[in-house]
Design a protein around this ligand. Structure first.
Ligand code: FES
Length: 70
């Protein structure tokens, strides 16, 4: 579904960013996708999707880009 119409951002795009780039805050979402930087109507929905995506992350996911200990 579309979360931010001003910047064509979907919930799938947000979830992908959380998984692959380790995005974990609205500030980072704004920097990466421009969410909530124009009309701002999407802020609440974007925060909800972000929180859901973070809750779905496995506890031992670690930091993206970091190598796991052997
Ligand atoms: S809908 Fe996201 S800034 Fe307008």
């Amino acid at each position: 579904m579309y979360v931010c119409l001003c910047h064509n951002v979907t919930d799938t795009k947000i979830r992908h960013l959380v998984r692959t780039e380790g995005v974990s805050s609205m500030r980072e979402l704004r920097e990466h996708l421009g969410v909530a930087t124009q009309c701002g109507k999407c802020a609440q929905c974007a925060r909800h999707v972000l929180n859901e995506a973070l809750a779905d992350m496995p506890a031992d996911a670690g930091c993206p880009g970091m190598m796991a200990a052997a």
